[in-house]
Design a protein around this ligand. Sequence first.
Ligand code: AVJ
Length: 331
Amino acid sequence: METRAIRNKRFQLHEMDGHVHWRSFARDVGFGLTAQQKWLPPKYFYDERGSQLYEQICALPEYYLYRAELEILCTYAAEIHAEIAHLTLVEFGSGNASKTRHLLAAYERAGQPFRYCPVDISREVLRDTANRLLDEYSHIEIRAMHTDFARQPEVIQAFQLEKKAVAFLGSTLGNFTPEESVKFLERTAAIMGPDDVFLLGIDLKKSPAILVPAYDDSQGVTAAFNRNVLRRINSELGGRFDPQSFEHLAVYNAARGRIEMHLRSRLAQQVPIAKIEQAISFNKDETIHTESSYKYTADEVRNLGCGANLVLHRTWSDARGYFLVALFRSR
Ligand code: AVJ
């Protein structure tokens, strides 16, 4: 635990352990790379280097998602804060909180103590972010949780909060299939009280001419982010991937309403991975499906909520209508 944080007692880290251990990584890699359509869970992008690359992605001109949501949170921070009524803010996939901080600024301006509970899969990012927020906001108290929350939103019950606002921003829900999304939201709604709110930030459906470049930028940052999962298999599982022998691919699958990222093998090859005691064979042009990023319409967002016992209360959008922040209450 961070020493300064212990001293000032405004920071606590819940270490829910295990979940991001190399054994689970090995299991998921062994499972995904032996499937008919090879695939890897996108959560493994986010080691320290991957988190840095994601921050670089957010600064790319093509990656409108970040700035659109930032615009919403900046413009409507006071309105959103008023709806949330100063409840403790629990955030799934908080990352560096660079957008959330605008909402936290509204809490700070209220001049009353408040609590922020970020939940993230990356311990380094949680610690650094918490330290910066503690420096910046005098009224903040932070209870952070290091865990892979996707399978189990109930982990946030460990915070033992009476009332809460649960935030899931950055279109991270888009990484789940619609079925997984409804399940995740339903399980979250089940642990919400009558005064609790759920704040969802999600990317909207739009022309592939805008969508695709956001996932295939001209500087190749997204390509490096995509290949980072291979580097990670090399360093953590004794893999022998040559990341450059895989081409970065981003396509919009209109039928499924999702951007797909793949890594396509430029040649037929065999890649040994020591810790799973296997060599993986690739045909030329065979792909590993590394990420799906689902896009929704505003109506579909409302319906996601309906299927999960969440009632849509209010929405905010950016000037171009690219992104949606939606506030739900539990039924
Ligand atoms: C963090 C899941 C929202 O899907 O847009 C960015 C991740 N992948 N560029 C997204 C990502 C490629 C991002 N999310």
